[in-house]
Design a protein around this ligand. Structure first.
Ligand code: FES
Length: 169
């Protein structure tokens, strides 16, 4: 009788051990797929929109990321920080001129964030952006320094009147 109970306990523990190993192995191999994003707001990874929602020659503001999505000269999607590289003001996109215009001291940038004029030392900074499960994810936790002044990769001169008073250029 005692031997039978011991054997039953041993088999139960063995079964539970195997089940635990099986579940552990499953979680370990699936962790990359099921792990939560480290952050879901500004300062971390922000899920944005489908790539199809990004216009060919315009910008799409993603407020949660404090960023704009647009496409570069090759049609690749880029994410631009909305923070001016001069003193950090939020830089809106001006629809009438087709460029970014900083309302604080008048710096302006073309549609892909390249420097055009004003006291800003460089173009708008960028964030890494990648597609995950059909949605663009903007990593606002890592900043890529904006391009140095001098030369533009797109041929899109200002199209009309400026939005910000005192805008340079
Ligand atoms: S903060 Fe934008 S030009 Fe100064």
């Amino acid at each position: 009788m005692t031997e039978s109970v011991d054997r039953r306990q041993f088999l139960t523990r063995l079964w539970l051990g195997c089940a635990g190993l099986f579940v552990g192995a499953g979680l370990w191999t699936s962790w990359d797929l099921i792990k939560p994003l480290t952050a879901t707001g500004f300062g971390g990874k922000v899920r944005a929109v489908s790539p199809d929602a990004v216009p060919e020659s315009g910008v799409l503001e993603i407020r949660a990321a404090r960023a704009y999505l647009t496409r570069d000269a090759d049609g690749e999607i880029i994410a631009l920080s909305e923070k001016c590289t001069h003193l950090g003001c939020r830089v809106p996109f001006c629809q009438s001129s087709g460029q970014f215009e900083c309302p604080c001291h008048g710096s302006n940038f073309n549609r892909v964030g390249e420097y055009r004029a004003g006291p800003a030392p460089r173009g708008l900074d960028r964030y890494p952006v990648e597609e995950e499960n059909g949605l663009l994810v903007i990593d606002t936790g890592s900043t890529i320094e904006g391009p140095a002044p001098g030369g533009e990769s797109i041929d899109e001169p200002a199209t009309g009147g400026a939005c910000a008073e005192g805008t340079h250029g």
